[in-house]
Structure formats: structure tokens, C-alpha cells
Design a protein around this ligand. Structure first.
Ligand SMILES: *Cc1c(COP(=O)(O)O)cnc(C)c1O
Length: 478
């Protein structure tokens, strides 16, 4: 049984010994009495080596993309090239201060400016802000821009249409900007139902928020018709570009008619994520929305780079300073390393890998939408559920084979959903191993469902009551 760090503690043990600094130890007399702690602070006391082992051992219990295959749909857990880390740790980037004079930060400003330019090309739009610090934050920023745009025009548009296959952050972001959400059902092909869309489209609609390919991994074939419908009704089209790795270098949201896009640098552009950040969710917009972007944006005049705060209709600031700069350096490095052809190849391989897995697994698990997929696909564990093991059980069993579970129970429109995204960075051997394991688990369910239900058996913590853990978290050690 692993001990927690408090249990390992022995009174009086010290990790470091520092020479006496010659200053007063007890600072209590300088603090107001009501702010003083009454009890001693309960901190663990250990040697330096014990602390080191504790944290290294904890990290080894973790599933990460650097340790195992991680096909977590919609999350794009691709390899994070280590050269990105090298670039981000260069002294001039690492030790720069956000309040430093622009004249002494030309390299950093150039990087931001050029990253904006690359994202303009990749999205096919006209202007970019690097400020938002996550995908959902990008959505929020984008929808604030939509809202300001109509306010400026003097149009009162209160509704945002969102397909039922959308990522949960879409309705949340639009709602936080004060819009009413109108949900539309997907058709039998898993795509936006044009007739449903026509029924709800009126002069109160500000925007349609879409993901393309959608969260089923399917490309919205009617995107041009949808785009025309929306624009004819005076509304805008929002593109959730969290997962751009299906289309990057092949087509782009601009060509499809989108007006506002966010991209996740921490997904498509290979900067590490998971465990809550940091990330970056830049927003790109068409020309008529450019001066609504948050300030500042990186700009260039007479070969000098500067921060432009002068945008006429700016929504203001959405993040301290200029965004998560370290993430921007990593994404910039990735784009330069890959080049134009490399980015296109990444998309092609992401789509190829997903289709390979889909074809090899569809005889073993239900495939509700049996079509060519993009960077991911969604299986259903309905058949297995009738045999005694649901999608969660399969997900947990995968961990016994050193594979991170896929996303489960999302999108909501597929029962017992298992959303699988292999990404372009995995080898055929890794994909084949995943196929073998998934087929083996299916056989196990037929022969011994109880074994699968009891899994994971090899992990340090077995199946936990996730609902209880979320509703009544116990964050104390005693
Ligand atoms: C990941 C994701 C988001 C949210 O991005 P965060 O950086 O986690 O806020 C939004 N939409 C889609 C489709 C996603 O996959």
C-alpha cells in the first residue's frame, strides 16, 4: 500500500540545511494578532530524497501521452515534440518580462506577429488574437465579438443555434455571453439537419456554432448551403476549431464561410495539455470583425514590431498581458518544424489512422455512423452492455493493458459512446496493438464479463465511485 506524504512524515526530519542568514526568525510581532495562526502548520517533514521519490513515484502512476497510447477523442493527445520545450526554454523567451520595453522584446513580438500570420493562413481568415488561454475561453471571446458586432449595428439578436453533437463548452460559452441557446437535432447521417435549421432560423439569431468535422468525426457536407442560409439571414457562423488536425492544409474555415474561429494550440499544434493547462485558444475573424478583437494584438510597422491597443470596437482584454506566451512559442516552433507540407501530411495521417482503427474495430463494436471519418470516430458499446459490460467498463479495462481510455459517453447522441482519436503521431504497431486489445476485451466480455467489470486490476487505484468523488470530494488526508 502506498503511503501518502503525510504518513511518511517523521517529526524533525529536514530536506535542506541552510546557513543562518543572520536575520530575525520570529516575524510574528510584526503581524496583527488576529491574523496569527493558533495551531502549528501541519506540514510533512521528510528528507530531500524521500520527497523526490514521493513525487517521481506519483508521476509514474499517471497515464500520460509520453508513457502510453492515449486515444482520448476530441482531446488530440498527440506527441509533443521536445524541440518545442527547447525553444520555450530559451533564455530570451523564458526570462522576458511582460512590462519590458517593446524595443527590447522585438524577438518575442515578431514571434507573436508571425504566429498570428500563420494562423490567418491556416484558418483562412483575416485577423487573429492570441490572448485566450483555452478553447472554451476562445469561444467566449468569439461570442463576445459576435455580441458586440450586432450591438454596434443596432440589431437585437438574442439566439445562438447549436447542433446536438456540439462540445458542451459551445452552449456554455454562448450562454455566458447572454445568448439563448437553440439546439437542433442531427439527421440520420449524423450531420446538421438543414430542414431543422431552416425552422429555427429567424431575425433573432446571432450565430450558428459548429464544429467541422463534427464531434462524430464526420465532415459536414452541406457546409456551403448552411453558410449561405446563415448569411442570408444576417447571422454569423462560428467555427469550433479545437481539432483542426483533420483539415489543416487541406481546406479551412474561411473557405467554408465561417466568420469567427477559435483554435486550440494545445491540441492541433502539439503543446502539452491535460491536468488543467496552460493552453491557448487564439481567435481568428473575418475583416469586418477585426477591430472587435481583444487588445493588444501584435503588429508591425517599418520593420518594427509593437503591441497595437488601437482597435476601434475592441471588446477589451480577456487575459492578463498577451496570452500564455510559453504556449505560443511551442506552437510557433511546431508550425515552423512541420512547414506547409508537414501540416497537411499531419492531417492526412490523422484521418488515415482514425479510418484504419474504425475499419478494424467495426466488426467487434457497433459503429452507428458507418462512413468515412475524419480525425476521430465514435463506436457504441451497446452490444457489450447487453452482455454485461458498458463503455465505462471497457474504458477501465484498457488501463490494464497500458492504454489510456477513449472519451466515453460523449457525444451525447450515441448510446454508450466511445470516441476514439488516435492522432497522426502513432505508429502502425501501436494502432495494431490497440486493435488487438479492443478485440481481446470484446472476447473477455463474452467469456467472463465479471473480470472486465472489476477492472482495472493493475492500477494503483481500482474502480472508484466517480459520482461520489465529484459530488462530495474528500480533500483532507485525515
Ligand atoms: C477540447 C475542445 C473544446 C474546449 O477546449 P479547452 O481548451 O478544453 O477549453 C471545445 N470544443 C471541442 C470540439 C474540443 O474538442
Amino acid at each position: 500500500m502506498t503511503q501518502i506524504i503525510f504518513e511518511k512524515s517523521r517529526p524533525g526530519t529536514r530536506g535542506v540545511k541552510l546557513p543562518d542568514a543572520g536575520v530575525e526568525h520570529n516575524l510574528n510581532k510584526y503581524l496583527p494578532e488576529n491574523l496569527l495562526k493558533e495551531e502549528k502548520l501541519d506540514l510533512p517533514e521528510l528528507t530531500e530524497l524521500d520527497v523526490m521519490r514521493h513525487f517521481i513515484n506519483l508521476s509514474r502512476k499517471n497515464f500520460s501521452v509520453d508513457t502510453v497510447f492515449y486515444p482520448l477523442g476530441s482531446c488530440t493527445m498527440k506527441y509533443n515534440p521536445k524541440i518545442n520545450e527547447y525553444a520555450a526554454s530559451l533564455d530570451g523567451f523564458l526570462n522576458i518580462h511582460p512590462n519590458q520595453d517593446e524595443g527590447t522584446a522585438q524577438g518575442a513580438l515578431q514571434l507573436m506577429y508571425e504566429l498570428q500570420e500563420y494562423l490567418k493562413i491556416i484558418t483562412g481568415l483575416d485577423a487573429v488574437s492570441l490572448q485566450p488561454s483555452a478553447g472554451a475561453h476562445g469561444e467566449f471571446t468569439g461570442m463576445l465579438i459576435v455580441k458586440s458586432y450586432f450591438e454596434k449595428k443596432g440589431e437585437k439578436r438574442t439566439k445562438v443555434i447549436i447542433p446536438d453533437s456540439a462540445h458542451g463548452t459551445n452552449p456554455a460559452s454562448a450562454k455566458m455571453c447572454g445568448f439563448d441557446i437553440v439546439e437542433i437535432k442531427s439527421n440520420s447521417k449524423g450531420l446538421v439537419d438543414i430542414e431543422e435549421l431552416k425552422k429555427v432560423l429567424d431575425n433573432d439569431v446571432a450565430a450558428l456554432m459548429m464544429t467541422n468535422p463534427n464531434t462524430l468525426g464526420l465532415f459536414e457536407e452541406n457546409i456551403q448551403e448552411i453558410s449561405k442560409l446563415m448569411h442570408d439571414a444576417g447571422a454569423l457562423l462560428y467555427y469550433d476549431g479545437a481539432n483542426l488536425n483533420a483539415i489543416m492544409g487541406i481546406t479551412n474555415p474561411g473557405l467554408m464561410g465561417f466568420d469567427v474561429v477559435h483554435v486550440n494550440l494545445h491540441k492541433t499544434f502539439s503543446t502539452p495539455h491535460g491536468g488543467g493547462g496552460p493552453g491557448a485558444g487564439p481567435v481568428a475573424v473575418v475583416e469586418k470583425l477585426a477591430d472587435f478583437l481583444p487588445v493588444p494584438v501584435a503588429a508591425k510597422k517599418n520593420n518594427t514590431y509593437y503591441l497595437n491597443y488601437d482597435l476601434k470596437n475592441t471588446i477589451g482584454k480577456v487575459k492578463a498581458f498577451y496570452g500564455n506566451f510559453g504556449v505560443l512559442v511551442r506552437a510557433y516552433t511546431y508550425i515552423l518544424t512541420m512547414g506547409k507540407e508537414g501540416l497537411k501530411k499531419a492531417s492526412e495521417d490523422a484521418v488515415l489512422n482514425a479510418n484504419y482503427l474504425k475499419e478494424k474495430l467495426k466488426d467487434y463494436y457497433d459503429l452507428p455512423y458507418d462512413r468515412l471519418c475524419m480525425h476521430e470516430f465514435v463506436l457504441s458499446a451497446d452490444k457489450q452492455k447487453h452482455e454485461g459490460v458498458n463503455a465505462l467498463g471497457i474504458a477501465k479495462r484498457l488501463m490494464d493493458f497500458d492504454i489510456h481510455p477513449p472519451t466515453v459517453y460523449f457525444p451525447l447522441i450515441v448510446h454508450e459512446a466511445m470516441m476514439i482519436e488516435p492522432t497522426e503521431t502513432e505508429s502502425k504497431e501501436t494502432l495494431d496493438n490497440f486493435i488487438d486489445v479492443m478485440r481481446k476485451i470484446n472476447t473477455e466480455i463474452q467469456n467472463d464479463p465479471a473480470l472486465v467489470q472489476e477492472s482495472p486490476l493493475k492500477t494503483s487505484v481500482s474502480k472508484v465511485d466517480e459520482t461520489l468523488a465529484a459530488r462530495q470530494p474528500n480533500l483532507r488526508w485525515k
